[in-house]
Design a protein around this ligand. Structure first.
Ligand SMILES: [Zn+2]
Length: 204
């Protein structure tokens, strides 16, 4: 019935997570619907402090540009991760875009974030009710901080944004997917350790 759900955290949290592999803990019903294209049609906010978009593909390949939603107004901004410490500001609302921590993404902006990143993107598919996801949260914060400037860490709430998990066939959470050049390059389901997170990045 729930084949495909792998046990959570086999090494670090066996007792606590022993009962969490059932449907109530991590199962997302898969509904066979045609994949809908991203509804993200919001234009990129012009971001003077973080450079402009429209560079050639070659230049993009050398840069560390990412497309990220402002966590305050949700406008998409094109920013340079190598300038993360300069705290670029949202071109729309002027609030800081913090790139040393996970950014929240949703069904509307997911595609543009994944496809607009020159660096690997690690996406944490999670939900508020998911205990193992809560265990993962500080670990992802640390990972994002340790890799600021070279990796983008994103979090997607599978309750608020159910389309994207469906498209990627996610049946249990937490699930981590690492994307490179817009393509899935690795996946882990269940609680992973910091070492496993590094291994996921290294193997992608
Ligand atoms: Zn903003």
């Amino acid at each position: 019935m729930h084949t495909g759900i792998r046990p959570f955290g086999p090494r670090r949290f066996p007792a606590r997570l022993a009962g969490t592999t059932g449907p109530a803990a991590g199962y997302i019903e898969t509904v066979n619907e045609p994949l809908t294209p991203s509804r993200a049609s919001r234009p990129l906010a012009h971001n003077r402090s973080a450079g402009v978009s429209g560079m050639t593909d070659k230049a993009e390949a050398r840069s560390r540009k990412v497309t990220v939603p402002c966590q305050f107004c949700l406008s998409l901004n094109r920013v340079d991760l190598s300038r993360a410490d300069e705290r670029p500001k949202c071109g729309e609302c002027g609030k800081p875009i913090l790139l040393d921590r996970p950014v929240r993404v949703n069904d509307d902006d997911f595609r543009r974030v994944i496809e607009g990143a020159d660096v690997p993107v690690v996406v944490d598919f999670h939900a508020d009710w998911c205990g193992p996801c809560k265990i993962m949260a500080p670990l992802l914060d640390d990972f994002a901080y340790a890799h600021k400037g070279e990796v983008l860490v994103a979090k997607l709430d599978t309750d608020r944004s159910p389309q994207t998990p469906q498209q990627f066939g996610i049946r249990g959470i937490p699930t981590l997917i690492i994307f490179k050049n817009g393509q899935e390059a690795g996946r882990r389901t269940g609680v992973v350790s910091g070492e496993e997170l590094e291994a996921l990045l290294a193997s992608a």
